[in-house]
Design a protein around this ligand. Structure first.
Ligand code: G3I
Length: 377
C-alpha cells in the first residue's frame, strides 16, 4: 500500500502568515539572480564535518536511540557508530506486520525481529517495539476475515508479538499514525472499519497491556508539530482515549521535520503535548533538506542552517521537559544513506536528513542536537 509522504509545500502555506508568504516569493526572485551559484552549490562538496561533537548518548537528557534494520548488524561501521552514540534501538520495519505476516497470519516470521532483539540485548541496549497496529499494514493478511475470526486474529497477533518480546522491549508503539495528514479527522482503515476510529486503539492498547504488563505503551504520530491541525487532532484523540480508560502511557512525536517549520512552532507544540504529564518519545527524528517548492533555489548550506535551527529547537524543547516526561530521543537512522529518504526512487543522492554522513562523520545536525541538549536547565 503506497504511503503518501507529505512534503512542506503542501502545508507550508498553511504555516506561513500572509507576510511570510510574500517573503518566500521575494526570496525566490532574489535567488533566481543567484541561479549560477545555486547550480554550482549543487556540486559543492558536502558541508565540513563540525568539530568535537560528543557521543550523542553522552549529552542526551534521556536514552538516545536510532532505528535499526537487521542487515545493519552485519555492518561493522554501523555497529561501531551505534555503540558510540545510542543506548536504545527501534526496529525500522522488521517488527511490523509487513515483515512478520509476509507469509500470512498462520506463518508469522520472527527471525529478523528476534535477531534485532538479541543484538540489542548483547549490546546492552534497550529496545522500543515498533509497531503493533498501523493503518498502512495488515490489510492483505486480514483480508477475508470478519466478525469473531477477525477479532481472534487481531487480539492473537498482539498477544503473539507483544508476548514474544515481553521482558525484551521497554515500550511499544501500540498504534501508529491514526490521524489524517491534513488533521481533518481520523483515518479510515481496515481496523476502524471493524472497531471504529477510537475503538481499534482502545482494543489494541488493552490487548498490549494484557500481553506485556511492564511495557510502556505509546501512541505514535508524525507532523504533529508541523501541521497544527494534525497536532490538535492528536491531542483530542489522546484526551478521548484517556477519558475512556485506555492504558495509554506515552506519546510518540515522530518529528520527521521540515526545514521550513516557522521558528517557535516546534517548541510550542512540545509544551502543548507535555500537558498530559505523560512520557514523551521523540521517536523518529530526521529532517530532509528537500522541499517540493520547485522555485526553492536555496543551496545546501542555507538549507542545513535551517535544518540545524529546527533540530536544536526540538532538542532544547525536549531537554526542557520534566525528567519524568523525557522517555527517549530517537533518530530515524544514523547515517544519511541509511535514511528512508535515501531509498529507491525517492533518493536524490544529496539529502542529508540524519546526524551522520554516509561515512559516519558528524553532520551539522549532530552538533545541533548537542547544542539543544546542552540547554537543559
Ligand atoms: O530490504 C528489502 C529489500 O531486500 C527488498 O528488495 C525491498 C523490495 O521489497 O524491500 C526492502 O525492505 C524495505 C525496507 O523498508 C528496507 O528498506 C521494505 O520493502 C519497505 O516497506 C520498508 O519501508 C519502511 C516503511 O516504514 C514501511 O515499513 C521504511 O524502511 C521505514 O523507514 C518506514 O518507517 C516509517 C515508520 O515505521 C512510521 N513513521 C514513518 C516512517 C517513514 O515512513
Amino acid at each position: 500500500m503506497k504511503r503518501e509522504t507529505p512534503h512542506p509545500s503542501r502545508f507550508a502555506s498553511h504555516l506561513l502568515p500572509q507576510g511570510e508568504k510574500a517573503w518566500s516569493r521575494r526570496t525566490v526572485l532574489a535567488s533566481s539572480l543567484a541561479l549560477p551559484l545555486a547550480a554550482c552549490d549543487r556540486f559543492a562538496s558536502a558541508e565540513p564535518s563540525p568539530p568535537n561533537v560528543p557521543p550523542l548518548k553522552s549529552v542526551s537528557p534521556a536514552p538516545f536511540g536510532t532505528a535499526i534494520k537487521a542487515e545493519q548488524i552485519d555492518n561493522p561501521d554501523w555497529v561501531a557508530l551505534a555503540r558510540a552514540n545510542v543506548s536504545q534501538l527501534t526496529p525500522e520495519w522488521e517488527m511490523k506486520m509487513e515483515y512478520i505476516l509476509a507469509d500470512g497470519l498462520d506463518q508469522p516470521r520472527f527471525d529478523r525481529s528476534d535477531r534485532i532483539a538479541a543484538f540489542a540485548q548483547a549490546q546492552g541496549m534497550a529496545m522500543h517495539g515498533h509497531t503493533l497496529i498501523w493503518y498502512a499494514q495488515g490489510k492483505e493478511a486480514f483480508a477475508g476475515l470478519s466478525g469473531a475470526a477477525f477479532d481472534r486474529a487481531f487480539d492473537g497477533y498482539i498477544a503473539a508479538v507483544a508476548g514474544r518480546y515481553r521482558g525484551k522491549v521497554r515500550s511499544w508503539d501500540v498504534v501508529n499514525e491514526p490521524i489524517l495528514d491534513d488533521g481533518s479527522g481520523m483515518r479510515d482503515c481496515h481496523w476502524s472499519a471493524r472497531y471504529g476510529h477510537d475503538g481499534y486503539s482502545l482494543r489494541a492498547f488493552e490487548q498490549a497491556r494484557a500481553a506485556d504488563p511492564d511495557a510502556i505503551l505509546f501512541l505514535n504520530e508524525y507532523n504533529q508539530e508541523s501541521v497544527p491541525a494534525k497536532g490538535v487532532q492528536f491531542l483530542k484523540l489522546v484526551e478521548r482515549l484517556l477519558k475512556a480508560g485506555c492504558p495509554l502511557q506515552g506519546l510518540g512525536l515522530q518529528s520527521h521535520l521540515w526545514i521550513d517549520i516557522p521558528p517557535g512552532v516546534i517548541a510550542a507544540y512540545l509544551r502543548e503535548i507535555s500537558q498530559f504529564g505523560l512520557p514523551i518519545h521523540v521517536s523518529e527524528l530526521d529532517c530532509t533538506l528537500r522541499t517540493e517548492d520547485r522555485l526553492d533555489l536555496r543551496g545546501q548550506a542555507e538549507r542545513m542552517t535551517a535544518q540545524s535551527a529546527r533540530v536544536t529547537e526540538l532538542a532544547a524543547a525536549f531537554a526542557a521537559l520534566p525528567q519524568a516526561q523525557r522517555f527517549a530521543f530517537t533518530t530515524w537512522g544514523l547515517r544519511d544513506a541509511d535514511s528512508w529518504y535515501r531509498q529507491g526512487e525517492k533518493d536524490d543522492g544529496k539529502d542529508k536528513p540524519l546526524p551522520f554522513d554516509s561515512f559516519g562523520r558528524p553532520n551539522p545536525m549532530a552538533a545541533a542536537l548537542a547544542a539543544g541538549f546542552k540547554t537543559r536547565a
